[in-house]
Unconditional design. Structure first.
Length: 255
């Protein structure tokens, strides 16, 4: 299931939005967190899937046999005195839609008191989980989509219930990760743009690669790691084992 230490691999919008909610910037938030009794709770809920479910992430509907790692909804709830609470949720799916998120954040507000405007729901964008949206001519798996909705709510509820575990310190580091991912837009000699793959007429990538790896850590009493949020911008396509469901490398790294 999950440990008290829960890690989320989040996309850029989540990190930026969290900073906007909690303070004017990381430095300001860090200073305030050391002075003002910051509380943090984290939880993860397993999303059950089976081999009958259509896998999203390709032009045609995919199938998988077996699974590596867990597909999860992972939540971190942060409470800063004077600013209320914010919930950040990462889901091991290709993407989440308003059809699923709107009723979910309404339930979260009703059951936890966290305002819907303070709930950020993010997809890790794995290409190896059951479909949660209509894309490329195939539909969503309704059983898995319902499991996703329930998992998001349950993860936030569990994380919120753990806020009583004592005050937490906030730590931030801006690192880099250059060994995962490339710029997949390749410029060819005739001016055309090609997607990733070997080409004899390749000139090089069209632009830079975002290698920044911001890490936000929250440590509770006894220096125990309560939650860790990291952000990285790479397209998570690929599994360790072939032909299986997988949270891909962001979800596997978190686990």
């Amino acid at each position: 299931m999950f440990m008290e230490m829960t890690m989320i691999g989040a996309r850029n919008v989540v990190l930026v939005s969290m900073i906007a909610v909690l303070g004017s910037g990381i430095e300001d938030f860090a200073a305030a967190a050391q002075q003002a009794g910051l509380r943090v709770g984290a939880a993860a809920v397993n999303l059950e899937a089976d081999d009958s479910m259509v896998i999203a992430g390709n032009i045609v509907p995919g199938r998988a046999e077996g699974q590596e790692g867990e597909l999860r909804a992972v939540a971190v709830v942060i409470e800063k005195p004077g600013s209320g609470k914010v919930a950040i949720v990462a889901c091991d799916v290709l993407f989440v839609t308003a059809e699923d998120v709107d009723p979910v954040v309404a339930r979260i507000e009703q059951t936890t008191g966290i305002p819907a405007s303070h709930v950020l729901v993010n997809a890790t964008h794995t290409h190896h989980a059951p479909s949660t949206a209509v894309v490329h001519g195939y539909g969503r798996d309704e059983v898995f989509s319902q499991c996703l909705r329930e998992g998001i709510v349950e993860a936030v509820q569990q994380a919120n219930a753990k806020l009583g575990g004592g005050e937490s310190d906030f730590l931030f580091h801006l690192g880099e990760e250059r060994t995962v991912g490339i710029n997949s837009r390749i410029r060819l000699a005739d001016g055309r743009i090609f997607w990733i793959g070997p080409r004899p007429d390749e000139i090089g990538p069209t632009g830079p690669l975002d290698v920044q790896l911001p890490v936000l850590a929250f440590r509770g009493p006894g220096d125990r790691l309560r939650a860790l949020i990291y952000n990285h911008s790479t397209h998570p396509i690929g599994t360790i084992q072939s032909g299986v469901r997988s949270p891909s490398f962001y979800g596997l790294a978190a686990q």
